[in-house]
Design a binder for this molecule. Sequence first.
Ligand code: SAM
Length: 306
Amino acid sequence: MTNAGKVYLVGAGPGHPDLLTIRAAELLKTADVIVYDRLIQDEVLTLCKPTAEKIFMGKPLGKHASRQDEIHYLLVRKAREGKTVVRLKGGDPFLFGRGGEEAEYLAEHGIPFEVVPGVSSCLSAPLSAGIAVTHRDRASSVAIVTGHNADGNDDRLDWCALSKVDTLVVLMGVHNVAHIAQHLMAAGRSADTPAAAVQRAFWPGESVISATLGTIADEVRRAHVEAPATLVIGEVVSLRQKLKGYQQHIGQIFPQAVAPATLVDTSIPVVPLPELIAAGEPGLDALNLEEEICVIPIPCEKETLQ
Ligand SMILES: C[S@@+](CC[C@H](N)C(=O)[O-])C[C@H]1O[C@@H](n2cnc3c(N)ncnc32)[C@H](O)[C@@H]1O
């Protein structure tokens, strides 16, 4: 390996560019290559230097069987070309973002890397809805889980243990909200427990559904809530009623709305993995892939934050 560059696994935070870390903004200004996901706003990408190569590697639902392998390969290839690469990921790179796998792959291939933390949706989505995940009088414990596998045999969560945690924050759970609620109520959590779904936090069209554990699945279905959305379950959700008329945040003062269609840049060709393997590209290892749901949000009428 000669002239190896470096890869920065960078958390982009919840969306708004003002919520990037200073380190993330500095790296965006100087990187040669930006490899980014779907949950990255155009305003964040405008911080990149004009000559930077911007490569979209988002994963439309059901169409990314080899996408993660392609990302791994791309990061190694660009670094070996001597480039400074920013791998930009929504929220924090090490929370349900497959950043750990990307770091492993880079280490296995001798590529120097740095991980830059970001503001995760697990805290910022509740926050944007006026929900403090802990509260002196109401919650001393928080658990952050994925709801992605809550409907199947692959579910590794201990719902009995989780039902005893004061505040439960569920990412990637909006499609399984009925299963999640059932698991928790079957484990003894009261159906009256306040619950909320926060959709598109810090994005234009942010909205919040407030309900109870017993009704949240119906309310989410009725309002057509789609990913990205974060579920919050626990007494702290009721705090929202007190705060919501007064809380304002940066996500509500966008200069202009970003239409969902503009979130995907399909203009950049991506070489499919089988072709790379056929071409005998080095550094391309077989990996165990785990599906991850992420779809383009559909704006709908709910309690929309203005
Ligand atoms: C693959 S996980 C990535 C999480 C990310 N690494 C983080 O730290 O926020 C994607 C999930 O994060 C949550 N999420 C991400 N952005 C969100 C947003 N703007 N509003 C609400 N939830 C969001 C949703 O649950 C979504 O399905």
